[in-house]
Design a protein around this ligand. Structure first.
Ligand code: S3P
Length: 418
């Protein structure tokens, strides 16, 4: 298989959610250009509309009219679909609003842990009701909150953002520390909107009574979506692919860095600052692939790319080991169990570890059927491995890619040549 051409992947999912939420909370109009039009972002738009915000149908260029932090009591449950980011970020907003609201979602989201966000919001004075398995439905009784200083046990941008959003809407002081640095789009976007926010190492502080101005956002390409094509290039026999206008924020580019360590040629061209984020064209070409060693410190900056890394590792020389990644067990599926069982099903020697996995690379043909459990990133990771020469991989649910990358299969077909 040969890779070729240029590709502009859709807008970044994390920035898209935040552009909507911050636009909704600011006073006045915020234009959003290049938003990701995927199921997860539709979930955030739907929840904001249920709370009375004027969010038009998503399109390449539109305006959000902010409500200035005054939301309306919803008359329905807040349906977050498959989206953890919608649920956890909006939980922070609702906790600081003077009404009750119930968050619901699909079967996968309903199983995901919500106590990690309920606990800090309770510490701020909200009341949160969770079912015995601590997933969804989650009912939040919002109201007046007080200052908080919270140390999170996991590096999670969703938890960090929920606390900062609760502090912002309530007008109180909020300080969050995390064990290692998770993606920092919330900090960057709040600062750009005039919020009184300070970052000191692994601690972020938002001052009481912080302002929030309306601001336009141009959403850069999603590095997590671009990674699938970087992975594809790593598996190719020849060629080169150019991924245009990708967000290369360093809290997101761990996968590109890891590919370099595995021997792949990955270069950034035209690096520039746009709207507070570094953006570049990422150019990737295959080289001899070596196995990887991924440890806890490497995990946050490539958390969503680890299923893909495991698929690339199936073709690398040597044994790849991923540890310190137990968070993978609570993503859209248990990504440790699901990746390992699917790799085995197509003929790869792979082993589960409590907090990661071990994969033996080989060049034998891989074939079989993948069970995605409705997890978009599993469908795309195995789709990439299936495109490599000699492999024949059937994905049980191709449509689940609509969560983050609706045009994925078309883009995959156009980037490869047999
Ligand atoms: C996200 C944060 C990450 C990531 C998710 C998007 C965000 O989750 O896995 O896809 O936009 O804040 P955690 O914060 O739970 O690690």
């Amino acid at each position: 298989m040969k890779v070729f051409g240029s590709l502009r992947v859709p807008g970044d999912k994390s920035i898209s959610h935040r552009a909507l939420i911050f636009g909704a909370l600011a006073e006045g109009e915020s234009r959003v250009t290049g938003i990701l039009e995927s199921a997860d972002v539709h979930s955030t738009a739907g929840v904001l509309r249920a709370l009375g915000v004027d969010v038009p149908a998503l399109s390449p260029d539109f305006v959000v009219r902010g409500s200035g932090r005054t939301l309306r009591r919803p008359t329905t449950e807040l349906d977050c679909g498959n989206s953890g980011t919608t649920t956890r970020l909006m939980a922070g907003v609702v906790a600081a609003s003077p009404f009750d609201a119930t968050f619901v979602g699909d079967a996968s989201l309903s199983r995901r842990p919500m106590r990690r966000v309920a606990r800090p919001l309770e510490a701020m004075g909200a009341r949160v009701e969770l079912p015995p398995h601590f997933g969804l439905p989650m009912t939040i009784h919002g109201g007046t909150l007080h200052d908080v200083e919270w140390t999170s046990e996991v590096a999670s941008a969703q938890i960090k953002s929920a606390i900062l959003l609760a502090g912002l809407v309530a007008g109180v002081h909020a300080r969050v520390s995390e064990p290692s640095r998770s993606r920092d789009h919330t900090e960057k976007m709040l600062e750009a909107r005039g919020a009184a926010l300070h970052v000191d190492g692994l601690t972020v502080t938002l001052d009481a009574g912080s302002p929030l101005r309306a601001l336009d956002t141009v959403v850069p390409g999603d590095p997590s979506s671009a990674s699938f094509f970087a992975g594809l290039a790593a598996l190719a026999r020849s060629g080169e692919i150019r991924l245009e206008h990708v967000c290369v924020n360093e809290t997101r580019t761990g996968f590109f860095e890891q590919l370099r360590k595995m021997g792949v040629r990955v270069t950034e061209e035209g690096r520039r600052m746009e709207g507070g984020e570094w953006v570049a064209d990422v150019v990737v070409a295959p080289r001899k692939l070596h196995a990887a060693v991924v440890a806890e410190a490497d995990v946050p900056s490539m958390i969503d790319e680890l299923p893909l890394l495991a698929c690339v590792a199936a073709r690398a020389e040597g044994v790849t080991t991923i540890t310190g990644a137990s968070e993978l067990r609570v993503k859209e599926s248990d990504r440790i169990a699901a990746v390992v069982s699917n790799l085995r099903a197509i003929g790869v020697e792979a082993e589960e570890l409590p907090d990661g996995m071990r994969i033996q690379g080989s060049d034998r043909p891989l074939s079989g059927r993948i069970v995605t459990h409705g997890d978009h990133r599993l469908a795309m990771a195995f789709g990439v491995l299936g495109a490599a020469r000699g492999n024949s991989i059937e994905v049980d649910d191709r449509d689940c890619v609509s969560v983050s990358y609706p045009g994925f299969w078309e883009d995959l077909a156009s980037a490869t040549r047999a």
